[in-house]
Write a protein that binds this ligand. Structure first.
Ligand SMILES: *[C@@H]1O[C@H](CO)[C@@H](O)[C@H](O)[C@H]1NC(C)=O
Ligand SMILES: *[C@@H]1O[C@H](CO)[C@@H](O)[C@H](O)[C@H]1NC(C)=O
Ligand SMILES: *[C@@H]1O[C@H](CO)[C@@H](O)[C@H](O)[C@H]1NC(C)=O
Ligand SMILES: *[C@@H]1O[C@H](CO)[C@@H](O)[C@H](O)[C@H]1NC(C)=O
Ligand SMILES: *[C@@H]1O[C@H](CO)[C@@H](O)[C@H](O)[C@H]1NC(C)=O
Ligand SMILES: *[C@@H]1O[C@H](CO)[C@@H](O)[C@H](O)[C@H]1NC(C)=O
Ligand SMILES: *[C@@H]1O[C@H](CO)[C@@H](O)[C@H](O)[C@H]1NC(C)=O
Ligand SMILES: *[C@@H]1O[C@H](CO)[C@@H](O)[C@H](O)[C@H]1NC(C)=O
Ligand SMILES: *[C@@H]1O[C@H](CO)[C@@H](O)[C@H](O)[C@H]1NC(C)=O
Length: 600
């Protein structure tokens, strides 16, 4: 894994920091760069694609996941190498990036509160676009559903129409996975024959169909809502689609959230052939690290809840998953990810076919990473970089599409299979210089970035007590990284963000059945984590959930990984005497938090 970051520090920087403190610099930066005025006619649309549980093992990030369609997007995008989430689990991560606030400000570490009621009436990313005249629509899993978005995916605040969910998602617990003997079960590993599935479809196929319908409707500007006969409309609201079309110049913000490769790995069976078991590799570091504090370990209980993994009687909490299943899980994760890639391919093709390619900003992002047997861990629920780092690409027409190659129309799966058989990696993407962004970005940065790219008002930095301020950011726009990368003049900082911050809660010092997803009332420890260019440092401290505050005097455990020599984070040196001075320094920086890391 790439550990270098584009965030150098030098003596010169310190002068600038003093000049800029306390807040002036950040404001000054926000007001610049109306990229759209040069390169986009009118106000750009936004296609915001978020994929559940996708780690950056895509072909365009070095593999091994075959992702021809995402590679295609990568070839025309800024591709971020160090994009970090603020908490490695769906609900808290999504509410964080949709509001541009960190979990201590959304007060959401589990799934059971709604920020508007529990924290503050924060403006969301799509809400900002909606309030600026955009038609905003949500398809699939964009917000985390349920209580975390008040059962409505934050409609009507964020969306112009009710959020749409694929009807087949209802069958997510159906016994449709075939064992060797042909019997049907609720498995984690679940390649299926789609024609045998309920409604003969799968959620991400339906979401793509629905998004394509919407694009077509946006293109035709027909005043009619989508035809009720369209199968993908079954659960959509009556008003769906009707408001938007009156104003023919109204731009759109379309959020599309894919469910796979989240478990269970239920995907069309033909994708499995892309990853013959004998070619699937074992994790490079499959053993439990001896110096890992127990509080840091997540016992991946959600895997055990399904029939196939449950039947293995894996010992709690440390397992391990038996070797044959290590390979099978990796294989099906990759296959499910490639299936998602193909749905994205259909969506991007639809964008182009409907004439939106040259005036639509495309964002593609994962909501957090996933451990595939590294450190003897599976799933997310941790502060390891494997859980916190995600793929992130931003395509701005006329700015980031430096590679003028024509877009390949379609990637038939059979071609991919054929190439695979002949050992060819025809689709491996070659990113040009300037496309790869090595600087640190955090997902809280996406809101101000998209506002800036679209020429909307950019939220300024939240004050230290942010709860009463509806419109502000705990990130910073990274639009300057995109424009600078592509050789255009933009604001130049003396230095970019020098650290990223994530956190993860625990109910106690040792792994229990609740460790992965503790309810707020049971959270007693918070792992605060900071990634700098050289180190990954985590402190697990006592946490009072009634006041949403950690006690920095009450340190339960520490982790320190020296990335130059230990990029895979296997060797926790926090107890080594050699590092005590460094740890004191990092402790203070971690405690001071994200504000000190902002670009200056
Ligand atoms: C919260 O914000 C929304 C959107 O601006 C507004 O409609 C609503 O009245 C606000 N609620 C409160 C309690 O202020
Ligand atoms: C959340 O949903 C409840 C129940 O549907 C509703 O009464 C409440 O007004 C909603 N909250 C907000 C802020 O819209
Ligand atoms: C999928 O299921 C359908 C309907 O049962 C069947 O006709 C078809 O042969 C199956 N396809 C495969 C590849 O097994
Ligand atoms: C798991 O435990 C059950 C019940 O104790 C037993 O029937 C089964 O054989 C065990 N399976 C394995 C793989 O050890
Ligand atoms: C964008 O595409 C449309 C339709 O293909 C075309 O008419 C228009 O000139 C293009 N605009 C720019 C700025 O390239
Ligand atoms: C985008 O803007 C740059 C700088 O103004 C210009 O050189 C380039 O030709 C533009 N691209 C398109 C497609 O308009
Ligand atoms: C909190 O933990 C206790 C003890 O483990 C458990 O019984 C209870 O269900 C948990 N509370 C919630 C809301 O999960
Ligand atoms: C948490 O904070 C509240 C409010 O200050 C206090 O009453 C309570 O005793 C604290 N809980 C613990 C476990 O320290
Ligand atoms: C980042 O740089 C600022 C000075 O601009 C410094 O105060 C802060 O400690 C640095 N953070 C880290 C993690 O090095």
């Amino acid at each position: 894994m790439n550990v270098e970051s584009g965030a150098p520090s030098s003596l010169k920087l310190w002068l600038v920091i003093f000049l800029c403190m306390p807040t002036g610099c950040y404001q000054w930066v926000s007001a610049s760069l109306p990229i759209h005025s040069d390169n986009l006619t009118g106000r750009p649309n936004v296609l915001f694609i978020v994929v559940d549980d996708l780690r950056p093992s895509l072909n365009s990030y070095g593999g091994p996941i075959l992702s021809p369609n995402i590679d295609n997007l990568a070839a025309q995008s800024a591709v971020f190498q160090h994009a970090m989430v603020q908490q490695a689990v769906c609900g808290p991560s999504r509410i964080s990036f949709m509001t541009s606030r960190r979990p201590d400000t959304t007060k959401l570490y589990d799934f059971y509160s709604y920020w508007r009621e529990a924290a503050g009436n924060y403006t969301t990313l799509p809400q900002h676009f909606k309030e600026n005249g955009y038609f905003t629509a949500s398809v699939g899993k964009v917000f985390h559903g349920g209580k975390a978005s008040n059962g409505t995916d934050d409609y009507p605040y964020s969306w112009s129409v009710e959020a749409w969910h694929p009807p087949t998602q209802e069958y997510k617990r159906a016994k449709v996975c075939k064992n060797m003997d042909g019997t049907l079960h609720q498995n984690i590993i679940c390649p299926v024959n789609v024609t045998e599935m309920p409604l003969q479809s799968l959620p991400d196929i339906q979401s793509t169909d629905h998004a394509l319908d919407l694009l077509q409707q946006f293109a035709s500007r027909s005043p009619q809502p989508l035809s009720p006969s369209s199968p993908s409309r079954k659960s959509a609201s009556k008003e769906s689609g009707s408001q938007h079309t009156k104003d023919t110049s109204q731009p759109f913000f379309l959020g599309v959230g894919y469910h796979k490769p989240h478990v269970p790995f239920k995907y069309p069976q033909e994708y499995r052939a892309l990853y013959p078991l004998e070619e699937v590799e074992i994790a490079p570091n499959p053993d439990l690290p001896p110096k890992l504090p127990p509080v840091a370990f997540e016992p991946y209980t959600s895997l055990m809840e399904r029939d196939d993994i449950g039947a293995l009687n894996i010992s709690f909490p440390y397992g391990p998953i038996p070797r044959p299943y290590h390979y099978l899980l990796r294989q099906s994760y990759y296959a499910a990810a490639t299936y998602t890639d193909f749905q994205m391919g259909r969506l991007l093709q639809g964008l182009e076919d409907n004439g939106f390619a040259n005036n639509t900003i495309i964002v593609f992002v994962g909501d957090h990473g996933w451990q595939l047997g590294e450190h003897s861990e599976w799933c997310k629920f941790s502060n390891f970089e494997l859980a916190t780092r995600v793929p992130l690409m931003v395509h701005v027409p006329g700015v980031t599409d430096v590679q003028k190659q024509p877009r390949t129309k379609k990637f038939p799966l059979k071609d991919l299979l054929k190439n695979k058989k002949s050992g060819e990696r025809r689709y491996s993407s070659v990113l040009k210089e300037g496309q790869v962004v090595n600087e640190f970005v955090e997902l809280v940065d996406m809101f101000p970035t998209l506002a800036e790219l679209a020429g909307l008002q950019v939220p300024s930095t939240c004050p230290p007590n942010p709860f009463k301020v509806d419109f502000c950011t705990e990130g910073v726009s990274f639009a300057p990284l995109i424009t600078r990368g592509f050789g255009r003049k933009g604001v130049s900082y003396t230095r970019w963000k020098n650290a990223t911050f994530s956190q993860y809660p625990r109910p106690g010092d040792v792994p229990t059945l609740e460790s992965d997803l503790p309810h707020l009332v049971n959270i007693t420890i918070m792992g605060y984590s900071m990634r700098t260019s050289d180190y990954h440092f985590t402190e697990w401290i006592g946490f009072n959930h009634s006041i949403f505050q950690g006690d920095w005097e009450d340190v339960h455990a520490r982790e320190l990984y020296v990335l130059a020599t230990d990029p895979l984070e296997d060797d926790n040196v926090a107890d080594s005497l050699d590092y005590q001075d460094l740890i004191q320094d990092l402790h203070i920086k971690l405690m001071r938090g994200w504000r000190d890391s902002l670009p200056v």
